[in-house]
Write a protein that binds this ligand. Structure first.
Ligand code: C5P
Length: 221
């Protein structure tokens, strides 16, 4: 039997950093499901398909083969055999991912991959619907959130550190829009599972959130 830890929450709440740290401490695999939606979005962008054209996206994406590979526990995302792990991090890819993630056919395809990993390995998996849809029986469910302003500031500093010249107002607007899209879609909207533990990281350091999750794991696993 495997142990599954599900971490859901809005964009920019710190899920990936925290999930990676928790997974490292527990020697679990960290599965970033958003990366798969981003890989589909990249495919759509490269093919010049209108992301809002559901029929065209779903028809074309039958030919997008997504694979997750792990080397020293580090996740690599392959799109039709090509490593796109870096390319999918672009802001525009994240925004298109949020559009194509509305389509049931895409979600079903990616859920199969996520569940297969969780059945065979101990995982810390993050996303929007892990505790509610993908792994409803996960041993531990965390809903990690932070205020829009906190998330926008974190993203702003991250981009600045990468040498980019971001606009805080634009980032805030992107986050707001992505929250709305993720929470109000028909398929697998983002919400806190009834048995998930809420952590608001607005005034917490990364290490404090990690410790809190590790404490929960110790008590429950
Ligand atoms: O987590 P990340 O920002 O990389 O995810 C990109 C987009 O993919 C999200 O805004 C969301 O719309 C979608 N997504 C999803 N379900 C998941 C993971 C990501 O709908 N499990």
């Amino acid at each position: 039997m495997t142990i599954n830890i599900a971490i859901d929450g809005p964009a920019g709440a710190g899920k990936s950093t925290i999930a990676r740290e928790v997974a490292k401490t527990l020697s679990f695999i960290y599965v970033d499901t958003g990366a798969m939606y981003r890989a589909i979005a990249l495919y759509v962008l490269k093919k010049g398909i209108d992301p809002k054209d559901q029929l065209s996206v779903c028809e074309n994406c039958k030919f997008a083969q997504i694979e997750l590979k792990y080397e020293n526990r580090k996740q690599k995302v392959l799109l039709n055999g090509e490593d796109v792990s870096t390319e999918i991090r672009e802001e525009v890819v994240g925004n298109v991912a949020s559009v194509v993630a509305r389509y049931d056919e895409i979600r079903k395809k990616l859920n199969v991959l996520s569940r297969r990993l969780a059945e065979t390995t101990n995982v810390v998996m993050d996303g929007r619907d892990i505790g509610t849809v993908v792994l409803p029986k996960a041993e531990i469910k965390i809903f990690l959130t932070a205020s829009v302003d906190t998330r926008a500031c974190r993203r702003f500093l991250e981009l600045q550190e990468r040498g980019e010249n971001p606009s805080l107002a634009e980032i805030r607007e992107d986050i707001r829009q992505r929250d709305y899209q993720d929470m109000h879609r028909e398929q697998s909207p983002l919400y806190q599972a009834s048995d998930a533990i809420l952590i608001d990281s607005s005034d917490m350091k990364i290490s404090e959130v990690v410790d809190e999750i590790l404490n929960i794991c110790q008590k429950r696993c």
